[in-house]
Design a protein around this ligand. Structure first.
Ligand code: AHM
Ligand code: MG
Length: 363
């Protein structure tokens, strides 16, 4: 159905979403949500670009430490608030979880009665996001990105925004747990890449579509309709300083790729930005295998399942790629906690399959 939308050139993201909604009324409300996300990404793109100017308010550390013990850069805080506000006022969201928030939060505006923000059928969706992934790279001019996943929300949920842990009633806890859904429940996922251009790549569960920000008109324009990742590749994208700590099957496969003795016989090249959105975007376009596997020091790797692993895996699979922990499909893992980490190897189908086969053979 989406292909019909793409037959015309010069399609903006707004038009794409409204045409998709006309053809698929059941996801019409996503259009409103994506309107908010789109605006937030444009604003973040601007903030990132201006962040190194002497007059900028976004330079340096905020001084707070987030739940994971990292210094929070000012930009992390600002972009988190920005995205939260953009999503909150769509009136389509019940709960959100972010890399920068300790626990999932109700998005009802302060001082507003729930009934005042509920439009039509009410809060339909749950959003999970990393507002500015790779933010420690910004000062060096290295690409960063926003990652977002959208789940359906239980509309009967009424939660107290302040409830934490044992203070929560059973129902409130269940509503919070709405954020803990496996990737297979995602109804949409998107990332925005802030780099040489600003790119917006999304899936609504039927293909992956890429847009580029045309700064002259301030609109995302469809530039990569129905993206398909090459099935074979010769680019590997890992933090190779950790190689000696990886599982043996992965070490073997990667050595084979480097030496040209792997399944495809190709001699691989290495490309690693160290910013997941940048690395995945290149992998989608040129083919390749991107990963942050588990190692002896960090058995679950570094990346977060909920707002990094699952949404990016959804986008990757919808473009014809695979995403695995080595032994499990990332999309099928049910998160137990919001900030859970997950080992990831994703990218070109045949090469990722080689990794899966190596793990299976090792038992
Ligand atoms: P962040 O969420 O603290 O910004 O870290 C996530 C980033 C990813 O974008 C990237 O893939 C990874 O960390 C790189 O880690 P490393 O520096 O260990 O290679
Ligand atoms: Mg991150």
């Amino acid at each position: 159905v989406f292909d019909e939308v793409c037959e015309t050139t010069g399609v903006t993201l707004k038009r794409f979403m409204s045409e998709v909604a006309m053809l698929n009324p059941e996801i019409a409300e996503l259009t409103i949500l994506f309107g908010g996300i789109e605006t937030a990404c444009k604003a973040i793109s601007n903030l990132v670009k201006r962040s190194q100017l002497p007059s900028s308010e976004t330079l340096g550390l905020e001084g707070e430490v987030n739940v994971q013990g990292e210094d929070q850069k000012k930009l992390d805080v600002i972009t988190n608030d920005l995205l939260k506000r953009a999503l909150r006022f769509t009136g389509k969201l019940g709960v959100l979880a972010s890399e920068e928030e300790d626990t999932p939060v109700d998005v009802m505006p302060e001082n507003a009665k729930r009934s005042e923000i509920v439009i039509d059928e009410g809060d339909k969706y749950v959003a999970v996001f990393d507002p500015l992934d790779g933010s420690s790279n910004v000062d060096a001019g290295i690409p960063t990105g926003t990652i977002i996943g959208i789940y359906e929300h239980d509309e009967n949920c009424e939660i107290d925004a302040d409830c934490v842990g044992e203070e929560c009633t059973e129902q409130e806890a269940q509503c919070l747990a709405n954020t803990l859904q496996p990737g297979t429940n995602l109804v949409a996922a998107a990332y925005c890449l802030y780099s040489s251009s600003t790119f917006f790549v999304l899936t609504l569960g039927s293909g992956t579509y890429g847009f580029t920000l045309d700064e002259n008109i301030g609109e995302f324009v469809l530039s990569h309709p129905n993206m398909k990742i090459p099935e074979n590749s010769k680019i590997l994208s890992f933090n190779e300083a950790n190689t000696h700590m990886w599982d043996e099957p992965l070490q073997k496969v990667v050595t084979g790729w480097k030496e040209g003795t792997g399944k495809s016989g190709e001699s691989f090249s290495s490309r690693y930005v160290g910013s997941m959105v940048g690395d995945v975007h290149r992998t989608l376009l040129y083919g390749g295998v991107f990963g942050y596997p588990g190692d002896t020091k960090n058995p679950n790797g570094k990346l977060r399942l909920l707002y990094e692993g699952a949404p990016m895996s959804f986008i990757m699979e919808q473009a014809g790629g695979l995403s695995t922990t080595g032994t499990k499909r990332v999309m099928e893992i049910v998160p137990e906690v919001v900030h859970q980490r997950v080992p990831i190897v994703m990218g070109s189908k045949n090469d990722v399959q080689e990794v899966i086969d190596a793990y299976a053979a090792a038992g």
